[in-house]
Structure formats: C-alpha cells, structure tokens
Ligand binder design. Structure first.
Ligand code: ZN
Length: 470
C-alpha cells in the first residue's frame, strides 16, 4: 500500500529533522516554479539532506515505499526536468551538499560536493590559480549536480567542451540508496562501461550526483575580445574558419547575434550603448584566451585581414575589462530581452557547423511562411553549431494566439534540423518539455538501450519519473 502524503512528510521529518523538510505550499514555491514558468505542478514536500548518507537513507526508504523523487540542484533548468509532473513527487534538493573536498592544481582537478554553485566552482579554481571553464548565464545559482545531470554547455564549449568533457568522475546515490563511488581523477581508465558518462546527462533519472571531480585548466594570461559586424551567417562562418585557423584552441568563444537582439536591448534600456560601432544585419562576439607567454595582437591581426577582404564591415576590439564585460552582457541578455518583447517560441538546436547558415535561412523562411511578421532571433554558439533558434511574436500581436501556433513552428524548425543531420536538444536537455519529441526523432535502438538501462538501475521508476524517457 502506498504512503499517504502525511505519512511521507512524517517519515521525511523523522529521517532528516524538521528543519530539513519543507511541506508548506507557500515555502515550496521557489522549488516548484522554474525559470520559464511553463510548469505548475505542486510537490508533496521538499527534502534538504545535509550529507550523502542522508541522501542514501532517503533513497533506500523511497525505493522501499515507491515514493517518487525529483533530484534538484539550482533549479535553473530550461526544460522542466527539475520540477514535478504528477504532484505526488518529493523534491530532493542537494543545495546543502556544498563544499570542496579536494583541489589539486598541479594535477589539474578539483573535487566538489554537488550542491556547490557553478560560481563558487569558478572561485575555487581561481583561488588555486586555475580555470574551470564552464560559463552559462545562470552560473550564480546553477549547482554542480545539476550542471552535470543536464550536461550543460555554455559559451566556451568550443575550446574546453561541455560539462561531460570537463568531468573526470562522479559520486552518485542510486535509486536503491547504494553509493556509486566513481570519484577517480584518472585521465585514462579503460575498465568497462563508462558509468560516469552514463550518469552525466541522465537528468536525474539514474541517480543523484552528490560529488564530482572536475578538470582544471591553466588560467589564460589575458583575453582579446571583439564585437564585429558581418553581413550574413555565411560571412560569420567564413570568419570563424579563418580565426580558428589562426588561433586554434585559443579561440574560446565565437557567438553569433542578429541585429534585432541588440536593437531590442537598446529599446528596452537593457544596455546603455550599442556594443557595435554601427548597426549591421549580424554581429559576432569573438574571444581569444591567450596563455602565459603568448603574444598580444593575434585577434586584431585576424580582424584586420578579414576587414580588408570585406568579410567584416566594421567592429570594435575591447579596450578594457569593462568594455569586454559590456560586450558579453549584450550577448548574455539575448534570451532575456525576448521576454520584454512579448511571447517567444524557442528552440535549442545543433547542426554540423558548416550547416548553420542553411539552418538559419531555411528555419526563418519556414516560420515566416507560417506566421507573417514573426521575428526570428537566432543566436548563439556558431562555433559549436548550436543555435538558440528563437522567434518573437509579430509586433502588436496577441501573445496567446501566437503561442497557440507554437507546435507548427516547432515542427517546421525541427524538420530542417533533422534534414541537416542535427539534434533537437543541443544543450538544454529533454526534461519534461521534449519527451514526445525525443521518442519521435531518436533512433529506436538507442531508445531501447536507454530504457533498458533505466529499468535495470531504477526498476520501480522512482527517480525523476516521466522525465527524459517519458
Ligand atoms: Zn547556450
């Protein structure tokens, strides 16, 4: 017989203590609402364990009693993976599992508890004179367990890789409460299935990550950052190829933005001044990270050459840290600005890098055919082939009517993505938002393997039910 909500709260309180359980609906608001406010299902309770042992005890009890559990870290996910779907789940927040277990700058790794925020992770690395190069807009509140669970990407994947590539090992509590102790720091470990990579990106469906060993990199001596005007995504791609050829792995960011994104930020007073010297159909933010002993001027030389070849029509190279921050702010607010401009329909997609211009052209055309006046705002990580292909409603349109047509826009964009050999979720994951889409597009054999793994590790389907695999 299943436990009543009251029995669940009582059991949690007995296990963890009253100050580690939240069951007042008002106090749970911060845990059940998510950044895009799309999902509005309550939870039975929020548990806030303080130790890995408490997480183990909680999971053993949940498994025994078939209580459904949603692992949650910073609650910054964009696909609803960290919030309830059914209303009978408990949220297990790992936010109290904060701390540094070990930092070894010489060997190039650090081990952190999973509740540590990404911002704190940056500071721990910095204090050791090193760099942990994973940067996302929500880094102040995103926590390591969630960053790994969702395999976050960000603006430096180009050079350093996504969360999966930055992780050497994890520790995780499985559905039955047992502890997988995979915190090794080995660069080479060829002893069977890669369980670390199975847990990273599993969106809390296979285990609760409680700690991780992460790679550290030498800190760049300085950055060279430019905000450049280009005529088209094709020109941006050509520029990317050239600068990558000159800078190799030192090219740490190459971000594409359409003019409308900058114009709207100016309109809504989100930036004080235009980061571009003059308007242009497209802009790119390029950054080179130069290691100690590296010479300055590499980016300026590349830009000079691109300018004389007519590839770049104008641009600015950051003259100070403040100037660099202003350029990055304009990039980071590209998503946020859309919410000031009414409703928007969003896609986080990737295609082979060379196909990005075709993706943007065909996707925009298809959406404009469906909704005349729709405003395409495709931006993002051109160097990774990952575009946040967003659309703002036509000016003055009714937001609800616009959103009612989202399904058709999704279908049109995803059709182009698939024809180009791309992915319908590049870096945000599946969560509860894209489960039907995953079933529609994923290789059936891959799905069969994923389901087999899920039922072997979590036979009662208590870990993040309904998410990822539906
Ligand atoms: Zn992104």
């Amino acid at each position: 017989m299943s436990l009543s909500p009251q029995q669940i709260v009582t059991a949690l309180t007995q296990m963890l203590g009253a100050d580690s359980v939240v069951s007042e609906p008002g106090q749970m608001a911060g845990y059940v609402s998510e950044p895009r406010r799309r999902f509005h299902v309550p939870a039975l309770a929020v548990a806030l364990p303080r130790t890995v042992e408490e997480v183990q005890g909680l999971m053993a009890w949940a498994n025994e009693n078939a209580v459904r559990v949603i692992p949650q870290a910073g609650n910054t996910g964009l696909v609803g993976g960290q919030v309830p779907m059914f209303g009978d789940e408990i949220i297990v927040s790992i936010s109290r599992l904060e701390g540094v277990r070990n930092v070894d700058a010489a060997a190039g790794h650090m081990t952190l508890d999973a509740g540590t925020t990404l911002h704190e992770a940056h500071e721990v690395a910095e204090k050791a004179g090193m760099l942990f190069p994973l940067y996302i807009a929500s880094q102040g509140s995103a926590r390591i367990g969630g960053v790994l669970g969702s395999n976050a990407g960000g603006v430096q994947v180009l050079s350093y890789g996504n969360a999966r590539e930055l992780c050497l090992g994890v520790e995780a509590v499985l559905a039955d409460g047992s502890l997988y102790s995979g915190l090794n720091a080995l660069r080479k470990d060829n002893t069977g299935y890669d369980l670390k990579d199975l847990l990273v990106g599993s969106e809390g469906t296979l285990g609760i990550i409680t700690a991780a060993t992460l790679k550290l990199f030498p800190k760049p001596d300085f950055h060279e950052t430019a905000f450049l005007n280009v005529a088209s995504p094709d020109a941006a791609l050509e520029l990317f190829t050239r600068i990558r050829g000159r800078a190799g792995n030192m090219l740490t960011a190459f971000e594409l933005m359409p003019r409308i994104g900058i114009a709207l930020q100016l309109k809504h007073g989100m930036i004080a001044q235009d980061p571009a010297p003059e308007p242009s159909a497209w802009h790119v933010l390029v950054e080179i990270s130069v290691p100690r002993g590296g010479e300055a001027g590499r980016l300026a030389a590349a830009v000079e050459e691109a300018f004389s070849d007519g590839l770049v029509s104008n641009g600015t190279i950051a003259g100070s840290l403040k100037h660099r921050d202003e350029m990055w702010l304009a990039r980071e607010q590209m998503s946020e600005v859309q919410s000031r401009e009414g409703a928007s329909i969003k896609h986080d997609v990737s295609v082979p890098v060379a196909a990005v211009p075709e993706l943007i052209a065909r996707g925009t055309e298809a959406a404009e055919r469906l909704v005349p006046g729709i405003r395409a705002v495709p931006f993002g990580h051109l160097g990774d082939g990952n575009i946040h292909f967003n659309f703002s409603q036509p000016e003055g349109a009714d937001a609800l009517a616009f959103m009612a047509g989202a399904g058709e826009i999704h279908e049109a964009v995803y059709a182009v993505v698939r024809e180009l050999g791309g992915s319908v979720s590049a870096e945000h994951g599946i969560g509860q938002l894209k489960t039907a889409l995953l079933v529609a597009v994923k290789d059936p054999v891959a799905l069969k393997m994923m389901r087999a793994i899920k039922s072997a590790l979590d036979p009662k389907d208590i870990l993040n039910p309904g998410k990822l695999l539906g």
